[in-house]
Ligand binder design. Sequence first.
Ligand SMILES: CCC1=C(C)/C(=C/C2=NC(=C\c3[nH]c(/C=C4\NC(=O)[C@H](C)[C@H]4CC)c(C)c3CCC(=O)O)/C(CCC(=O)O)=C2C)NC1=O
Length: 169
Amino acid sequence: MRDVITNLIKNYDGTGRYLDRNAMDSLKSYFETGTARVVAATTINANAASIVKQAGLQLFEDVPELLLPGGYAYTTRRYAACLRDMDYYLRYASYALVAGDMDVLDERVLQGLRETYNSLGVPIAPTVRGVQIMKDMVKNMVTEAGVNDTSFVDQPFDHITRELSEQDI
Ligand SMILES: CCC1=C(C)/C(=C/C2=NC(=C\c3[nH]c(/C=C4\NC(=O)[C@H](C)[C@H]4CC)c(C)c3CCC(=O)O)/C(CCC(=O)O)=C2C)NC1=O
């Protein structure tokens, strides 16, 4: 599992270099967004249960067939599994936001996930939609918490979306 700093050090150490101008620039931009990253993680932590619940309601409103017989949130077991998955995405997104690196998502969440979903028949498109709904909710909350530029919040949610959507050739 990596973060901006360990990743940078690993790269420079690999070639025996001192941290140069590029390294300093990337460290600076990470530290400059540091407070905002902490605000985002705090916001997610304080609202996680309600974010998952509201995003689930929104998703099932947008894609109501998920709840019908044959749908992938039909039966309490599947419904609960779906919300649990949303909660995983949100929690790991908060880790990735603090780390400033998507490695934790790759390692702990996304590895083999698409294959698992495919073999269970869990549809990717509505899952991606659920992730994007959570992204929008978190961004609004982080804005309300006083952060002007919330573009960094997109990163983990879009990373999950991209990795889930990627097609095998
Ligand atoms: C921390 C990393 C991690 C992830 C990400 C994870 C996902 C994950 N989701 C699963 C199931 C599932 N996931 C869903 C999800 C959904 N159903 C819908 O209608 C929506 C489209 C969607 C929610 C947005 C469902 C319904 C199942 C159960 C499928 C089944 O057993 O039939 C399963 C199969 C095993 C199980 O049921 O627990 C895994 C491994 N597990 C992990 O350990």
